[in-house]
Design a protein around this ligand. Structure first.
Ligand code: AMP
Ligand code: MG
Length: 428
C-alpha cells in the first residue's frame, strides 16, 4: 500500500488542530485524507459477488430489452387505429407469446393478441390491455379513451442500452445489482479483494470466554462486537485474542498484525493519562496520533499506521469501553475501512425523529445516545433514549435500534424537538 503523505503532513493542513480537543468532523476528515484503497482484484462467479465491492465499471454489452415488447397482456395495434370516440372493431390476425417469433406486419384495421414480454409486431406501437376490450376471437372491440398511442410498450434498451454504463466501480453489490448483471448475461464479476483486518483486545482485567472470571475481571466483549461489525462490512478477519499489557506481548502482536493485515483495530489502553504500554507501543512502532475527541462516548482514540519490517497497516486504537468501541467503529473506522475496500463510502443514512423526552447536552461535543425509534399511530417517528447511557453499558446498545446523534454545536433538546437518528438496521 502506498500512502500519498504521512499523518503529520495531513494533520499540518488542518487549521486549529489540537490533539486534546478534536471535533468529530475534523477526526473524520483526517482519517479520510490518510487512508487509500488496497490494490488487488479477483473475479467471482456472479452469485458469490453479493456484498463485494465492484472493481471496474460495467458497461452494458447488450440492449435490455432486446426488442420493443409488450408491458401487458392485450392487443397490439397501430396507435393511429385507436378510436377518437365510440369504439372500433379490429381484426385479430395472430397471437404472439413472450419468447415467440414476431407476428407479421400489421395493417390498418388489424391487431395482434399479445402477451406480456412478447415482441411488438412490426407496425404496432400500442398495446390495449385485455380488460379494456370486448370480444377477442377473430375480432376485438376497443372503446375510445382507454389508452393513448404508444402506451404499454416497453422500448428496446429502455432498461439498459448497449454501451451505456450499467454499474460503477466502487459499488457494493446488492441483490438488485446481481440481478442486473444477470440480465446482461454477465457470469463473472471483477471485485476488490477482501480487506484483511486484524484485531485484539488489551487489558489485564480481560478474560476470554471459557476462562474463569477472576475477581475484578470482565469477559472480553469487544472482540465479539468487532467481529460482528467487521463481518457485516465483508472484511477478512484475523482475531488475535486478548493481549496482555506487557511490552513484549504488545510489540509482537502489533508486528505480526502489521505483517499480515491492511488494518489493525485494538480496543482499550488509549485513555489519556493511562499508565500502560499499549499507547507506548503504538507510538514506538508507528506514525500514530493520540486524540481526545469532542464526543461522548468514545473520547480517547488513536489513529495512524503501524509498521512491521516489510509493510505497514492502518491502526485504529479504539477506546476500551464497550459502547465507545461500537460508536467509534461506526463513526470513524467504518468509513475508512470502506474506503480501503475501494467502496464508494456513503455517509451513514440518517433520518429525523421527534424526541420523546428532553435530552441534556452541552454544545462543543458530539453525543451518540442509544435510542428506540418507533412509528406512532399518527405516522410520526418518535425516538426514546434507552435509559442509562454510560459508555460501559452495552445493554443500552443491544436494546436500541438506533443512535440519536446530537451535533457538535447543538445544545439540549426539548421533548417534541426533531433529532437526527442513525438506524442500526441495514447498517453495514
Ligand atoms: P481502557 O480504555 O483500557 O481504560 O478501558 C476502559 C473500560 O473498558 C474498562 O472498564 C475496561 O475494563 C473496559 N474494557 C476494555 N477492553 C474491554 C473489552 N475487550 N471487553 C470489555 N470491556 C473492556
Ligand atoms: Mg485498559
Amino acid at each position: 500500500m502506498n500512502t500519498p503523505a504521512n499523518l503529520s503532513e495531513i494533520i499540518s493542513c488542518v487549521s486549529g488542530y489540537d490533539p486534546n480537543a478534536v471535533p468529530v468532523a475534523q477526526a473524520q476528515q483526517i482519517i479520510r485524507n490518510f487512508v487509500v484503497p488496497v490494490q488487488g482484484i479477483e473475479k467471482l462467479a456472479l452469485r458469490g459477488a453479493l456484498g463485494r465491492v465492484l472493481a471496474q465499471d460495467i458497461v452494458s454489452p447488450i440492449d435490455v430489452p432486446q426488442q420493443d415488447n409488450s408491458a401487458m397482456d392485450g392487443f397490439a395495434l397501430r396507435g393511429a387505429d385507436l378510436p377518437a370516440q365510440d369504439a372500433v372493431t379490429l381484426k385479430v390476425i395472430a397471437t404472439t407469446l413472450a419468447g415467440g417469433s414476431a407476428a407479421r406486419d400489421v395493417q390498418p384495421g388489424e391487431c395482434v393478441r399479445i402477451m406480456t414480454g412478447a415482441t411488438m409486431p412490426p407496425g404496432c406501437d400500442t398495446v390495449v390491455p385485455q380488460e379494456f376490450t370486448q370480444g377477442g376471437g377473430d375480432s376485438v372491440t376497443i372503446p375510445a379513451g382507454v389508452v393513448r398511442p404508444g402506451d404499454n410498450r416497453r422500448l428496446r434498451g429502455e432498461d439498459l442500452a448497449q454501451g451505456k454504463p450499467a454499474l460503477q466501480q466502487g459499488k457494493i453489490l446488492r441483490p438488485a445489482d446481481i440481478g442486473l448483471l444477470a440480465s446482461l448475461g454477465i457470469a463473472e464479476v471483477p471485485v476488490m479483494r477482501r480487506l484483511r483486518v486484524a484485531f485484539f483486545s488489551t487489558g489485564d482485567e480481560l478474560r476470554s470466554i471459557g476462562e474463569p472470571l477472576d475477581p475484578g475481571c470482565v469477559y472480553d466483549s469487544n472482540r465479539y462486537t468487532l467481529h460482528g461489525m467487521l463481518t457485516r462490512l465483508g472484511c477478512e478477519i484475523i482475531d488475535m485474542g486478548v493481549v496482555r499489557d506487557e511490552p513484549a506481548a504488545l510489540e509482537a502482536a502489533f508486528r505480526s498484525a502489521a505483517e499480515c493485515a491492511d488494518a489493525i483495530i485494538t480496543s482499550g489502553g488509549v485513555s489519556v493519562g493511562e499508565a500502560d504500554y499499549t499507547k507506548q507501543m503504538m507510538g514506538k512502532l508507528g506514525d500514530v496520533a493520540f486524540w481526545k475527541i469532542g464526543m461522548r462516548p468514545g473520547r480517547p482514540m488513536a489513529f495512524g499506521k503501524i509498521a512491521s519490517e516489510n509493510r505497514s497497516a492502518y491502526l485504529f486504537g479504539l477506546p476500551g469501553n464497550p459502547v465507545a468501541v461500537m460508536v467509534t467503529f461506526y463513526f470513524f473506522a467504518r468509513d475508512a475501512l470502506l474506503r480501503m475496500m475501494g467502496a464508494q463510502a456513503e455517509p451513514l443514512p440518517s433520518l429525523q425523529a421527534v424526541s420523546h423526552s428532553a435530552i441534556r447536552k452541552k454544545p462543543g461535543r458530539t453525543e451518540y445516545q442509544r435510542g428506540i425509534l418507533s412509528i406512532e399511530p399518527d405516522g410520526r417517528r418518535l425516538v426514546r433514549i434507552t435509559g442509562a447511557q454510560g459508555s460501559g453499558i452495552l445493554r443500552s446498545m443491544s436494546e436500541a435500534n438506533c443512535m440519536v446523534v446530537l451535533g457538535h454545536d447543538q445544545g439540549g433538546v426539548n421533548a417534541g424537538d426533531l433529532v437526527d437518528v442513525v438506524l442500526f438496521e441495514g447498517l453495514v
